[in-house]
Write a protein that binds this ligand. Structure first.
Ligand SMILES: [Zn+2]
Length: 275
């Protein structure tokens, strides 16, 4: 069934586990994630990133996502990932996404609060939940730079203020992960996560989950993170499977990719302890 993340997050917070947000970019990937969730009887956040609108349009993503979520036997939230443009976020809400992210994390804090608050008001009027981001989660290749400075880590007091002033439903925090692949394993600040989860009541979200290390992610899930975003690991697994099996026709190629993506999601359900 198509749901918001409200109830699944409440359960995750109580049970100290995280729910995977799997990024889809076509019908195959979306169906693979939903089928995997159904097979394992787990909740799913089916995420579509604004950045993937070149792969399929927002309208197509809404149709595919809603169709699969509505007929699913498990709770599925249809989530817009990294909405950076108010018009697109509002359009996603109007098209039936049950959850949206406003990513104004690159703006100064005052502007981030204002933009996140405005979207939260619009979304809540439509029964949709909102995720915002504070403290920017960068991309993997600039990761070395991040180790040398604390400023990319989300500030604790600012986060508490942000949650209250914006009225958003969940918050992506920056505690050491990055988007994409890493060279090596990232250094996650569990101390910072603990400090943040002590002062922020709303569910916390971790971006850049791919290749962050199972032990790291498991600790995050148990330590106050309710949603972990995975994208890169799915496409890497798909490519590895193609290399390994060297399929000679398109249908078996698609089958190998789907299987690899299903295995990856199954693996992360275990790592995150999702119930
Ligand atoms: Zn992200």
């Amino acid at each position: 069934m198509l749901v918001t993340t409200k109830e699944m997050f409440e359960k995750a917070q109580k049970g100290n586990y995280a729910i995977p947000a799997a990024n889809f970019f076509d019908f195959n990937s979306a169906r693979t994630y939903v089928e995997t969730a159904e097979k394992l009887n787990k909740p799913l956040i089916l995420a579509f990133a604004q950045a993937h609108m070149e792969e399929i349009s927002l309208e197509e993503a809404a149709l595919v996502g809603k169709y699969l979520a509505e007929k699913a036997t498990v709770p599925v939230a249809l989530h817009l990932d990294h909405g950076q443009d108010e018009n697109i976020i509002k359009q996603a809400i109007d098209l039936g996404f049950s959850s949206v992210m406003i990513d104004a994390s690159q703006d100064p804090i005052v502007k981030n609060i204002k933009r996140s608050k405005d979207i939260a008001e619009y979304a809540h009027q439509h029964g949709v939940v909102v995720e915002a981001e504070i403290g920017h989660v960068g991309t993997g290749n600039s990761y070395e730079f991040k180790e040398t400075t604390d400023t990319i880590y989300t500030e604790v007091e600012e986060t508490a203020r942000f949650a209250v002033e914006t009225g958003v439903d969940s918050l992506a925090v920056s505690i050491g992960t990055a988007h994409g692949e890493y060279k090596g394993i990232p250094k996650i600040s569990f101390e910072r996560l603990k400090e943040i989860s002590n002062v922020v009541a709303i569910p916390l979200v971790l971006h850049g989950g791919s290749s962050s290390g199972d032990e790291n992610l498991s600790k995050c899930a148990q330590g106050g993170i309710s949603k972990i975003n995975i994208f890169t690991d799915f496409i890497v697994a798909g490519m590895k499977s193609i290399e390994k099996h060297a399929p000679t026709d398109l249908f078996s190629l698609r089958k190998y990719v789907n299987e690899a993506m299903a295995e990856t999601l199954t693996h992360y359900y275990e790592v995150f302890g999702t119930k």
